[in-house]
Design a protein around this ligand. Structure first.
Ligand SMILES: [Zn+2]
Length: 258
């Protein structure tokens, strides 16, 4: 990855155009080549080019019609600047929600030399928040996958089961618990697959593969899961796009089968 995360611009201040990610209203962004902004949040360098995030608070200053939701921008720009834009969304959201100390309510200031906000009164440090979530590709050891339609999807798409990690839990325990809660199925042979930052608003998706018995009864957690069933790889329903780790895991599993 040619992107190098940094908290402060290198001493040899670049005069050339910077990559500036303007963030407006949640995950809506505008990625432009521009000069270094006056009150930006420094992200790091991309192939030596300085990258900045700017929080667009005053809508009168900009044409917000030019902004696009980060999800819709996937595929429209290269993947590396897209990931930098995702980093900008997460850090701007973190700055917006950490303006005051959670312990003594004093206005926070950026800490020097590290990615943190610091309370000048009680010295509390607040680091960017990350919410780890496990996502599990459940297979039968052969060419069938257990996929679920979540009530939130609103479309007949089937995906992998996912859920947030609870405090005190290992990633493997979270994967086992989520599968049992959502579809009533016990998994085994959990294996780490890979991960993906998911800036909506601050998740880190951790992918696992796991095996389950296709004869085991499926018991839906009905307030969350509308449907779940086993699908053969050559007869898959609508699945998530490859911008998501779910789509990538399904495609990778298919590619590994003859
Ligand atoms: Zn404080």
């Amino acid at each position: 990855m040619p992107f190098q995360p940094l908290t402060d611009p290198p001493a040899d201040e670049a005069d050339g155009p910077c990559l500036v990610v303007a963030v407006h209203a949640g995950s809506s962004v505008l990625v432009v080549d521009d000069r270094a902004p006056a009150d930006g949040l420094f992200l790091g360098t991309l192939d030596g080019r300085h990258c900045w995030a700017v929080d667009v608070v005053d809508e009168d200053d900009v044409d917000t019609d030019l902004f696009k939701d980060l999800r819709l921008l996937w595929g429209a720009i290269d993947e590396v600047p897209w990931i930098v834009a995702g980093r900008a969304v997460q850090l701007v959201e973190w700055r917006r929600t950490h303006r005051f100390c959670g312990r003594c309510a004093t206005a926070m200031e950026p800490a020097r030399g590290e990615r943190a906000m610091r309370c000048p009164r009680c010295s509390l440090l607040s680091f960017p928040r990350l919410a780890p979530a496990v996502i599990t590709l459940i297979h039968d050891g052969g060419d069938r996958l257990l996929l679920a339609n979540n009530r939130n999807f609103g479309i007949p798409m089937y995906s992998l089961l996912a859920g947030f990690v609870e405090p005190g839990e290992t990633l493997e325990e979270a994967a086992y618990r989520e599968t049992l809660e959502e579809v009533g199925v016990e998994v085994r042979d959990l294996a780490y697959w890979g991960s993906q930052p998911w800036p909506f608003p601050h998740s880190l998706m951790l992918g696992f593969t796991a095996r389950a018995d296709p004869e085991a009864p499926i018991v839906l957690q009905e307030d969350e899961i509308a449907d779940a069933k086993w699908f053969a790889l050559d007869d898959l329903p609508m699945i998530p796009p490859v911008m998501s780790i779910a789509g990538r895991m399904i495609e990778a599993w298919k590619a590994e089968r003859p």
